[in-house]
Design a protein around this ligand. Structure first.
Ligand code: NAD
Length: 294
């Protein structure tokens, strides 16, 4: 099978390398950054333009920043879709607005091209290990056919519904994570301000109902003042903006999302956009004049 892969960034590069490792060596790659393309070529892939990928590949995969990038790469003037024909399949693994996924799928359907939206969670370490979690939307039969390919990059591949359901699930994930991080920052700030050691608060409550994967990952970072990303505030702002756009267009109020998005926007405006999203704690530190754990 000939596979095209467009978007060789933090996530896309190791994901494409995992396809090669699993024997998908007829791999054609493209990115705006020449060095990334060259790195994949030296691992065994072939460089190709969007139109060459559209003409030659049975399956096209993308791992791009956001909805406008996916629309431009697929449907734009120098995009992939103009050279595609009936029977080819497109799987977008970027985290984008689910409404954009549906719009792209509708355009591709006119050419007889099937599409899945298949965003991931897990970040760069899991992209390297090939243990990402895929949340997939699209037709059951297309999912069943291409699931083994996604399994070369992920440990979990779950179909959540029709086209757009993958990105809707990803937005739900991003809302829950953001609101949890903010609640954690607020609570640890309260403890410190009241003279109780946040580390002891963490130790005391992590095994109870408030305990969570978010707490285990992010409380130690807040307490140490470590804002090295993991997942950057600017990327989380992008996801929450997509959640707000989607929510407004379908009539689902998301007041907590709007509120945490404004806190993240404040941090972006004050130079913390490239910090880990646990740096929401900096907002509370600024409000109270304390430093969590210090
Ligand atoms: P990134 O910015 O590192 O990579 C995006 C790549 O797309 C870049 O290499 C860029 O050059 C390329 N690109 C942009 N426009 C292009 C175009 N027109 N043609 C060809 N290439 C183009 O981003 P990333 O961290 O790899 O994230 C990709 C997606 O995965 C995003 O939607 C992100 O939200 C999602 N995601 C990221 C993480 C993470 O931890 N980084 C985790 C889960 C999901």
């Amino acid at each position: 099978m000939k596979i095209g892969f467009i978007g060789l960034g933090i996530m896309g590069k190791p994901m494409a390398k995992n396809l090669l490792k699993h024997g998908y060596t007829d791999l054609f790659v493209n990115d705006l950054v020449e060095a990334s393309v060259n790195e994949l070529v030296s691992s065994g892939a072939k460089a190709a333009s969007n139109s060459e990928i559209g003409e030659n590949c049975d399956l096209i995969l993308t791992m791009l920043p956001n909805s406008p990038h996916v629309k431009a790469v697929m449907l734009g003037e120098n995009g992939v879709a103009p050279s595609m024909t009936t029977g080819q399949v497109f799987i977008d693994m970027s985290s984008i607005n689910p409404i954009a996924s549906q719009e792209i799928a509708a355009e591709l359907e006119k050419k007889g091209v099937e599409m899945l939206d298949a965003p991931v969670s897990g970040g760069e370490p899991k992209a390297i290990e090939g243990t990402l979690s895929f949340m997939v939307g699209g037709k059951q039969e297309v999912f069943d056919t291409y699931k083994p390919i996604l399994e070369t990059m992920g440990a979990s591949v779950v179909r959540c519904g029709e086209i757009g359901a993958g990105n809707t699930t990803k937005l739900a994930n991003q809302i829950i994570v953001a609101c949890n991080i903010q609640a954690l920052a607020e609570a640890l700030t309260l403890a410190q301000k009241a003279g109780v050691d946040p580390q002891l608060v963490f130790e005391a409550i992590k095994g109870g109902l408030a305990g969570s994967t978010v707490m285990n990952a992010k409380a130690p970072m807040m307490i140490a003042g470590n804002d090295k990303p993991g997942f950057k505030i600017d990327l989380h702002i992008k996801d929450l903006n997509n959640a707000l756009d989607c929510a407004h267009s379908i009539g689902a109020p998301v007041p907590m999302t709007a509120q945490v998005q404004e806190v993240m926007q404040y941090l972006h405006n004050n130079g913390s956009g490239q910090c880990d999203h646990s740096a929401i704690s900096k907002f509370y530190e600024k409000l109270t004049g304390i430093e969590i754990g210090r």
